[in-house]
Design a protein around this ligand. Structure first.
Ligand code: ASP
Length: 340
């Protein structure tokens, strides 16, 4: 029988439900990476090294944690013997860390994020299957960037969000189908997506700029938007209604913030479709004219990561705005009339 080539994967363990156990009143991340790994069946021919980075529930993550993950992945890939990296992560904010990793990723070898919806100590836990599939994907694919592997599906990091609070098929891109499937010992085939040039890696201890998210809704006024700026936000994501709309009062607030050097992004609370400049009277047409950057298909949490990355990588309002536009990308800003 032909001997399969041995592959090496580094698992960066960060906590989440995949590392959670019952604490008497609720679940919390507790298990170390080796315990998480022990629960999974390793794919044949895959050797694993575990990096225990931290063990927290992902709703408690900060930019400092996320930059630590970015650096741990870069360090793992510095070893040419490594074929790929898996990051085990809480599902709550997995889409944020995945997208941040994607913005800095410059390697043909993949980075695969996974987690679980049912805790490690649950008899029906999805931890083992998801980790197995992530290891298989990390050991096999090339030139696919940063991926999310969950419930037998492979998703691109960009655009993929948590879609269900508790169901095992927790992740999807609301605008696009998954890249492929993983199961029965095979991955894909996966399409090759166009990738933007990676951003320069910020220092792990880079000062994290404050970036807030403010939502528009009926009755909303810009008080909370202005409060974010007054609190020192260097970036604000405005979550508009519909195709990315708010009010004339918000338009003025955006213009004031932009004049003060704050990076403003505009996304939408609608689950699918691109932010599209269709409406004036406080709509996306006016918010863009006031200096807000329309974030295409990026939902709020990933739009915030885009703003954060632009602030970390560029100096000066003009450069930051240009970089944010570049991160959002032309492919994510279809013209009016396009279905997004
Ligand atoms: N609270 C958990 C977390 O994000 C949820 C999960 O991992 O599914 O850490």
């Amino acid at each position: 029988m032909e001997k399969t080539e041995q592959r090496r994967v580094v698992v960066v363990s960060t906590g989440g439900t995949i590392a959670s156990r019952w604490q008497g009143t609720g679940y919390a991340a507790e298990a170390h990476g080796r315990d998480v790994l022990a629960a999974a069946a390793l794919p044949e021919g895959v050797d694993v090294r575990v990096v225990d980075l931290f063990t927290v529930n992902s709703s408690r993550l900060t930019t400092r944690h996320q930059l630590a993950v970015v650096h741990a992945v870069r360090e793992a890939l510095a070893d040419p013997q490594v074929d790929g990296v898996v990051v085990t992560h809480g599902t709550d904010t997995l889409e944020e860390t995945a997208f941040l990793l994607d913005l800095y990723h410059r390697d043909p070898r993949p980075v695969v994020l996974t987690g679980a919806q049912r805790p490690l100590d649950d008899p029906d836990s999805d931890a083992a299957a998801n980790l197995h599939d992530a290891l298989l994907t990390a050991s096999r694919v090339r030139d696919a960037g940063v991926l999310v592997v969950f419930d037998g599906l492979v998703h691109a990091a960009r655009g993929t969000v948590k879609m269900h609070t508790v169901a095992p098929d927790a992740f999807a891109d609301p605008c696009r189908p998954p890249l492929g499937k993983v199961g029965f010992g095979a991955v894909g085939p996966l399409p090759r997506l166009p990738r933007r040039a990676p951003l320069p890696l910020p220092a792990a201890d880079a000062a994290a700029p404050r970036v807030d998210i403010v939502a528009h809704h009926c009755d909303a006024d810009p008080l909370l938007f202005d409060a974010a700026v007054a609190a020192g936000a260097q970036g604000v994501v405005l979550v508009g209604t519909g195709a990315g709309n708010a009010t004339p009062e918000f338009t003025e607030a955006v213009a004031r913030a932009v004049r003060a050097g704050v990076l403003v992004a505009v996304t939408t609370r609608v689950p699918a479709g691109a932010v599209t400049p269709l409406y004036t009277g406080g709509g996306a047409v006016d918010l863009a004219a006031a200096g807000g950057v329309l974030t295409g298909r990026l939902r709020a949490a990933q739009a915030r990561i885009a703003v954060l990355a632009a602030l970390l990588s560029a100096e000066g309002a003009e450069e930051r705005t240009a970089l944010l536009r570049d991160i959002v990308g032309p492919a994510d800003t279809p013209p009016p009339g396009h279905d997004g």
